[in-house]
Design a protein. Structure first.
Length: 101
């Protein structure tokens, strides 16, 4: 997916995949969520998310809600917040550096 946001291009095909998350719901479920954290060559982060009509990714169509997708630019702090929830500690520290005990 490609999207221009605030004059910047975000492209899932050219950015590096950092981590992925799936909430475990089956593909056709109204609450299924898939998210991928990406890092652009510039170092910027963004989240690509897609999900069913009962998720934050739902799109409005014909007066109802349907499966949708979106790209959300992230600051490094926002990427860290997402990663601390969805990545294991070793991979988190590989990406963002050591963390105090």
């Amino acid at each position: 997916m490609k999207k221009i946001i605030n004059g910047k291009l975000y492209n899932t095909e050219t950015a590096n995949t950092v981590a992925t998350y799936w909430n475990g719901f089956p593909g056709g479920d109204f609450e299924v969520v898939h998210e991928t954290l990406y890092q652009k060559k510039t170092g910027e982060y963004f989240l690509y998310g897609k999900g069913g009509p009962m998720t934050q990714y739902a799109e409005q169509v014909c007066g109802g809600l349907a499966y949708g997708e979106m790209i959300i630019p992230y600051t490094e702090d926002e990427a860290k917040e997402w990663a601390v929830v969805h990545m294991d500690a070793d991979n988190y520290m590989k990406l963002f550096g050591e963390v105090e005990e």
